[in-house]
Ligand binder design. Structure first.
Ligand code: DLL
Length: 439
């Protein structure tokens, strides 16, 4: 099969050359940030490190970390490294975990970001013969603008749908023969469900691929979406702070996402100690942007938990891969002393034949954590006979206990009774946070 790359020279560069390029860019970038961002210069001074101390990639561990709290403190302009006159765009995080973070872009930053998205589209089989339906949100969220820009760079016909209005999404998808769908995995699942309800079979649409990200999703969910839409589903990762989607993307192997290492240097650290861990270890992902002009972050702690591996990939790309993030360290719930990730719950549900329509409710009553999972029954399995429901609930509870080590209460609910998501799904309602319990 002929291999396709958007920027082959970069994407298939020899590993030694990648490292050399990263080293050169890092040395320059540290000096640039030190000279232009007072907030970070103060952090470096506090740590007693000067730009001259950074002579090779390993020296990066001398630099201080940045966290979301730093960005909030520096809001809005404290991390800006260039004059506002040179900036052409602002994007922002969704603010689900506190005050919004705003990121600034020069035109070069936008070009780099869109090129990263273009690499992802080409890796998913996209070309100027494709119709790319973008139903990530447009506006301050980076999903819509990022994939839209990438699609333009590839020369695909771009359908800038934004999220929502699922009937219109389906009408345009069918009438305009969309071939590549870009949205969150939870919205892709919902579109699949809606197509089925409207009487379409997976082979009725012209879609061949989907580029799904912005939230954690499991391999089980991937299989479910691939089946319901009749496509190959590719993962894409990124965050507003580093530009947006396209920091890493999946190729045809679908075994993790290649990080665009010519623009981003990735490290895995122990989230407790901050120590850099060797390749193959599970830990928190930290990014350094190597050539951003407006909002260049050094050693930014993403809170996302993953593993980096540099194995030879059959697609020919040489960039290191990151595994599907297992969730953010701040998504992890501690329930009755046990660590629980929503992704574990999702894996059990899909393995047991349920759809990914669920909600996790956690609370504290009389000093004990309560843990309940609401799960929708499938329309074809729906029953309102208490005996049947109780039996199914017990079976699911046993499977959850095996995966999580603790017993949740399972409540099977009627089809369509849990709200669908058109963007990032809200799976967890943890009322302990509301009453000020630190979890
Ligand atoms: O979600 C950017 C994006 C848009 C990525 C579209 C992919 C597709 P933020 O809103 O700033 O940016 O949220 C970033 O979302 O730190 C992860 O926790 C999570 N996330 C993003 N992509 C993935 C993914 C966009 N593929 C935060 N798998 C990140 C798991 C993801 N989590």
């Amino acid at each position: 099969m002929q291999k396709n790359y958007y920027q082959p020279a970069a994407e298939t560069m020899q590993v030694d050359d990648i490292k050399k390029l990263q080293e050169e860019k890092l040395i320059k970038q540290v000096k640039y940030v030190y000279d232009n961002v007072k907030y970070y210069r103060d952090l470096m001074d506090e740590k007693g490190v000067k730009p001259e101390d950074i002579q090779c990639l390993a020296d990066i561990s001398k630099l201080p970390f940045l966290t979301k709290d730093d960005l909030r403190e520096a809001y809005p302009y404290g991390m800006l490294a260039t004059d506002l006159k040179n900036c052409v765009r602002i994007q922002s995080t969704s603010g689900t975990t506190g005050k919004r973070v705003v990121a600034f872009y020069t035109q070069n930053d936008i070009d780099m970001w869109e090129e990263c998205c273009a690499r992802a589209i080409v890796a998913a089989g996209g070309s100027n013969e494709d119709v790319v339906q973008v139903c990530y949100g447009y506006g301050l969220f980076t999903g819509g603008p990022g994939l839209n820009g990438g699609s333009h760079k590839v020369g695909s016909l771009t359908l800038p749908m934004s999220s929502g209005n699922t009937n219109r999404q389906i009408q345009f998808m069918m009438d305009l023969n969309a071939t590549i769908l870009c949205c969150t995995p939870s919205y892709a699942a919902y579109i699949g469900e809606s197509l089925k309800e409207q009487g379409y079979k997976p082979e009725d649409n012209k879609l061949k691929a989907g580029i799904f990200g912005a939230e954690p999703w499991t391999e089980e969910m991937r299989r479910d979406i691939e089946k319901s839409l009749g496509i190959k589903a590719y993962d894409i990762y990124g965050l507003t702070e580093t530009s947006g989607p396209g920091v890493s993307f999946e190729c045809e192997e679908q075994t993790g996402m290649h990080i665009n290492e010519d623009h981003f240097y990735a490290e895995i650290i122990d989230p407790e100690t901050g120590e850099v861990l060797p390749e193959g270890s599970k830990g928190e992902l930290v990014f350094t942007s190597l050539d951003k002009e407006a909002f260049p972050l050094l050693r930014y702690r993403t809170r996302d938990i993953t593993i980096l591996t540099r194995e030879k990939c059959s697609c020919g790309r040489t960039f290191i891969k990151m595994k599907k993030p297992m969730g953010r360290s701040d998504d992890m719930m501690i329930i009755r002393g046990v660590n629980v990730f929503p992704s574990q719950i999702e894996a059990v549900l899909l393995n047991k034949g349920y759809a990914p329509n669920y909600q996790i409710l956690v609370d504290r009553v009389n000093n004990t954590d309560t843990f309940e999972i609401l799960v929708e029954m499938l329309p074809e399995d729906f029953s309102d006979t208490p005996k049947v429901i109780t039996k199914k609930e017990k079976q699911l509870q046993a499977a959850m206990k095996e995966m999580l080590g603790i017993n949740p209460t399972i409540r099977l609910v009627a089809p369509k009774s849990i709200a669908r998501s058109e963007g990032k799904a809200v799976r967890v309602i943890d009322n302990r946070k509301k009453i000020g319990i630190n979890v």
